[in-house]
Design a binder for this molecule. Sequence first.
Ligand code: DI6
Ligand code: FE
Length: 411
Amino acid sequence: MSLDLPIHVYANFTVATMVPRGSDSLGLIPAGAVVVQGNRIEWVGALSDLPLDYRTAERLEGRGRVLTPGLIDCHTHLVFGGQRIEDWRKRLEGVSYQEIARAGGGILSTVRATREASAEALYEAAADRLKRMLAGGVTTIEIKTGYGLDLENELKQLQVIQRLARQSPANVIPTLLAAHAVPPEYRERPGDYVDLVCNEIIPAAAPHCVAVDAFCESIAFDLAQTERVLRTGLEYGKQIKLHAEQLSRLGGARLAARLGAVSVDHLEYLDEAGVRELAAAGTVAVLLPGAYYFLRETQRPPVDQLRAHGVPLAVATDFNPGSSPLGSLLLAANMAATLFGLTPGEALQGITIEAARALQLDSSLGSLQSGKRADLVCWDCTHPLELIYGIGAYPNAAVIKDGRLVAGQLS
Ligand code: DI6
Ligand code: FE
């Protein structure tokens, strides 16, 4: 601890530490205090136990308001051109997501718009989305590429993500998703596109991303193609993760778990054998109820089995223009409870500590514990589950990133 950094005591808050204790999944401390020095959390506990050293430090009075860790959105596609209102209209008339994709719409229509857009235009649109999410309490966000699908445009998306990382107070984690769909110029020879991804795009992108992801699905990449992409990601020292079992059961989740994936995401069609493999590998299951809702799916992920086998459950927005134009992580958490059957406590864990685990950042983020980064949100409410219970009706947030106020007001 460096003694010259200023100390702040967040005093008299209802602190949701997100460190579970017995039946209390939120690790709640009523009349709690969090001591922050510089960008680190120094101490967390009941205000009545505050060590003498901190009693004269500057105080921020909570008056019973809720303090949580900064929220973490561990799966988004925030950088894209255009929108997909036309797809949505067709789906409401009964055309399926897969039919639209096979007809050259869907992801490929966003690829066209993203290729046409300048890096500047992509940045401006994504920065605006990110700013709103930050104001809603999201201090860490994973952002994928996947709408470029060639070397130049995947790198263009990564540059935009890196610029967001530099310019936004949020902690931005870039993921390469070049294997999101087969681009039109490779329509008749998808294997050649996988060659391009493995031989050129991953090597060029590796210095600029943390993880490599793919979409294992009938409208995207099969198991063998997915395996090549993930193994190449591993060769380049990247974390791997996978969009798996969203619309059908191809076995992608099992493959990814065996390869050591940090997370597998969606999982509506996962079976119990797959659940066992996730548990054995310690892979996090990332649930994306926004896509389930927006595509009006009916197959729900096997939450009871995942819970019974002890698989960590994270929740994310999957923010993207096609299947989940969802800008609220709190609404994703509400949907995870209402539509998928997570308990409200699990849903809040899913967007804090478990989301940190899905990004392998749980040693420094995701809970209020001494030694972790001082990413906190002060909410204008008195119970932490008010965050999950509301549907688009959220308490004001004062957002603190690395010890500094970056959105809202602390008064
Ligand atoms: N699954 C998803 O939910 C997003 N990508 C994926 O593989 C959707 C992307 C899109 O429809 O634009
Ligand atoms: Fe996704």
